[in-house]
Design a protein around this ligand. Sequence first.
Ligand code: SF4
Ligand code: SF4
Length: 425
Amino acid sequence: MDKNNKRRVRVAEDNPSIQRIEARCINCGNCMRICEEVVGINHEMEREDWPICINCGQCVMNCPVGALLTKYDYKKVLNIIHDTDKIVTLSVAPAVRVALGEEFGLSNSNFEGILPSLARALGFDYVFDISFGADITVMEEASELVERLTNKSNLPMFTSCCPSWVKYASIYHPELEKNISTTKSPIGIQSTLIKTYFKEFQSIDKNIISVVVAPCTSKKYEILTGDTDYIITTQELAMMVRESKIDIASLKIGEFDSLLSKGSKAGIMFGRSGGVMESILNYVHYLMTNEVPKMGQYHIEVDEPICSKDFKIGNKIIRCLVIYSMPALEKILPDMSNYDIIEVMNCSGGCVGGGGQPLIPIQKIKETEKSRKEQLTNEDAKVLYCFQNEDVIELYKSYLGKPMNDKAIALLHYNHVDMSHLNKN
Ligand code: SF4
Ligand code: SF4
């Protein structure tokens, strides 16, 4: 029956990101409209076969009756959290803390300081801030770009941290594979380093379960790569808090655990469109000139789905393009050789508009995304750039060596070819 219903998206049983409660569906057609017109999936093209979902969750955000939902994993996390044979860690993505308050009718700034205490009250053994993983992503991805510019190979380089985009490319544009950065996403890097560097440093002999709270349903697809064990969304974290009957008002300001938590301003900016590009260019500037850039020097104001700007770094012009949404991507592909680096995100405004964020009335979506973006942009950090972050410096000095050396490549980079078998649902 589902296969013949052209008004709504198909949701396969084993889709890791979304589910549908059939009894609630009123067959309104919103999900199909969003998926085709905004996300850019051609359902006609895929109709003979099962259409391939890129797990973005935008249909969930736009279903008027709550028939489409995130596929929840938080109960599995609640079941293992008190297992004394395991160490269970929680890593929090920056875009989560600028949205969690919306679930409780509180200001998001209420949650910035108490997130570590909240995670410990839920029973997690360690709690980390993923802006550290984002800093490492910048170290690796900027080094990768400099290498490609030097060798004039595989340009433009596309960013790789949005799994919906990476999946879209591998299904619909496999020819782009060599252009996509091999650097893992901040989440993939954070989980890898928890299970290697952190485990060794703390002499942990138990199995570590890495849980990540993200704004994104697509990250539930990304974990099929094996780095992270569970992804819960911002919505699911709020559900855990409610079901555990934690009194938020009683929580005190807390600190994230050390070693993998201090992120720079660059790491925090990853949550919004243009942030990855800006962070990468800041480090490219340092690598190419040996000087510290001015804050904001490489800012691109992303107020529409396609924004481009050229920057001069040293004596080289770097041609930059920032895109969100796959229809925007399709428009620029014929001219992609005009650019050196292209940041691609699926969701409007980047991760802040991810499909796992708190549900908001459809008419308020734009205004809320703008506010989340501004909160991330204005968030303070003790250090501005990843290469100034003492924890990052220590990681490379004592464990990895240099970005893009054999050890860093083995731990922190993907082979996208090996991910092709994951492109099912
Ligand atoms: S948006 Fe929701 S109610 Fe409308 S067709 Fe899709 S699943 Fe059904
Ligand atoms: S999750 Fe995204 S790609 Fe998948 S059906 Fe929904 S809107 Fe379409």
